[in-house]
Design a protein around this ligand. Structure first.
Ligand SMILES: Cc1cc2nc3c(=O)[nH]c(=O)nc-3n(C[C@H](O)[C@H](O)[C@H](O)COP(=O)(O)OP(=O)(O)OC[C@H]3O[C@@H](n4cnc5c(N)ncnc54)[C@H](O)[C@@H]3O)c2cc1C
Length: 377
């Protein structure tokens, strides 16, 4: 739906600011832009330049989170709404999950038991041998998962934003400060090239992910204790007969997934080797921060290690690497939970700290419901 006119739900016409042009900020802009005037600020020259670009594009059903029932239940709750909204960008692909014979945090029985108990369907099945060394795993299932097509997703979102005149997309505009005015308005300080100026808003949504805590510190809201990992995802061209996704659970293993609708392009995640640096604290971070230092690709080491599970990797062609910051809640390591937290700070401000892409529509709807309630008070 491209609503050109505001759907009336308020007496006044509140001005909304959304900071961050990733999947969470843009989805909020599209959904809230049906009702309000929205300005979406993105510091880069285009949307989707950070985590929404550099990830593995996996459309989760829960099989990646055997130690976090909360994450699986959130997926069950939010998936349908996302699929309805973003149907055209989800690409079905044969997806396999295996439990490693050695060193796994869950036993094969426990792994299968969780999905049986939560009624998430799967089949006992192996991928073609070129994708998996069967002797390295104790069980292998086929899951009904899929991947996102990044290019299609970006085009879809740009079209939705471009055809809704309630949304102003402010590219190359970085929010460098925020404060509360005496009358409750939020004043954002905006940097655009060499120009710095202020603008007032009624509501502000912080969807900055790796820079989540900056916004909180400007306004005196509690920040999160986050673990920031600088991660490398190599892009590989595989010469295989068919496409499929394979993930070895649950611990220091690896995962390989096709990139959208591409014929033979894959992302590789190697749990230990993908992490170049890790820091923990209540501070934001970014891949361009000097303190992350220089980093070189570990593709060669990854190739050697991951060939023990994925034979096709031996003949892969390396096509570059994506480097990105993965921020996670510092306490999440024990269960590997990846829930999306929509924090209502009060004063007309929200922050979204995301866990997985498929929660984006639910997060936007939650904020919409909060604002409607607020306006109807
Ligand atoms: C290595 C890795 C693999 C992953 N794999 C998957 C997966 O397979 N499936 C899945 O569902 N999820 C995956 N995730 C998680 C998923 O990528 C994120 O949850 C999601 O992309 C985050 O979207 P976002 O909009 O919150 O953040 P981003 O896409 O990072 O967007 C935030 C935006 O805010 C902008 N910004 C920041 N500060 C400011 C400012 N002050 N002013 C203006 N703009 C600002 C940034 O430039 C950026 O564009 C993965 C994440 C990583 C890092």
């Amino acid at each position: 739906m491209s609503s050109k006119k505001l759907k009336k739900i308020s007496k006044k016409n509140p001005e909304l600011a959304i900071i961050g042009g990733g999947i969470f900020g843009t989805t909020c802009a599209i959904i809230l832009g049906r009702y309000f005037s929205v300005t979406l600020f993105e510091k880069n020259s285009d949307i989707f330049g950070e985590a929404t670009w550099a990830n593995q594009y996996r459309h989760h059903y829960g099989f990646h989170y055997p130690r976090s029932v909360a994450t699986i239940n959130e997926i069950k709750r939010t998936r349908k709404d996302f699929e309805k909204f973003y149907k055209s960008i989800i690409v079905s692909v044969p997806s396999y999950y295996c439990v490693s014979k050695t060193g796994s945090n869950v036993s094969p029985g426990k792994y299968l038991g969780i999905f049986k108990r939560l009624r998430i369907p799967y089949k006992l099945e192996y991928p073609p041998r070129e994708f998996l060394n069967r002797s390295a795993v104790s069980v292998c299932i086929r899951a009904p998962e899929a991947v996102y097509d990044y290019k299609k997703l970006k085009n879809f979102v740009k079209k939705k934003i471009g055809t809704n005149e309630n949304i102003r997309l402010a590219l190359g505009c970085e929010i460098i400060r925020a404060k509360l005015d005496d009358d409750g308005a939020k004043i954002l300080k905006i940097k655009n090239k060499n120009r710095i100026y202020d603008k007032r808003f009624d509501y502000v949504i912080n969807a900055t992910y790796a820079r989540h805590n900056n916004f909180c510190s400007w306004l005196g809201f509690p920040g999160k204790r986050l673990r920031f990992r600088l991660k490398e995802l190599p892009l590989l061209k595989l010469n295989t007969k068919q496409r499929c996704a394979v993930t070895i659970m649950d611990g220091p293993f690896a995962t390989i997934l096709p990139v959208g609708e591409s014929k033979n392009l894959y992302t590789l995640g190697d749990v230990p080797l993908s992490v170049h640096r890790s820091v923990t604290g209540v501070k934001s971070s970014s891949v361009d921060d000097a303190r992350w230092g220089n980093y070189r690709s570990r593709w060669r080491e990854m190739k050697k290690r991951c060939a023990q599970w994925f034979p096709a990797i031996k003949n892969a062609r390396y096509a570059g690497s994506m480097f990105v910051i993965l921020p996670t809640e510092a306490g999440a390591d024990a269960t590997d939970a990846r829930n999306t937290d929509v924090v209502r700070h009060g004063h007309g401000c929200w922050s979204i700290f995301s866990g997985k892409i498929l929660t984006a529509v639910a997060a936007a709807n939650k904020i919409l419901a909060d604002i409607k309630k607020d306006l109807n008070k």
